[in-house]
Write a protein that binds this ligand. Structure first.
Ligand SMILES: [Zn+2]
Length: 51
């Protein structure tokens, strides 16, 4: 599991994020409580279709 930091899409604060499958990341923001799934930041521009 890869852990890193990502900007919260709701409040913009630095949120904790981690990837479980390398394709999407779970984001959890301690500032506003946001919790959700986003595309992995390293896999933009159609990388969803890899493979
Ligand atoms: Zn937030």
């Amino acid at each position: 599991m890869t852990r890193f930091l990502s900007n919260c899409p709701r409040c913009g604060y630095v949120a904790e994020a981690w990837s479980e499958d390398g394709v999407s990341v779970q984001v959890r923001c301690k500032m506003c409580g946001y919790e959700g799934r986003q595309p992995h930041p390293d896999l933009k521009n159609g990388a969803w279709r890899v493979g």
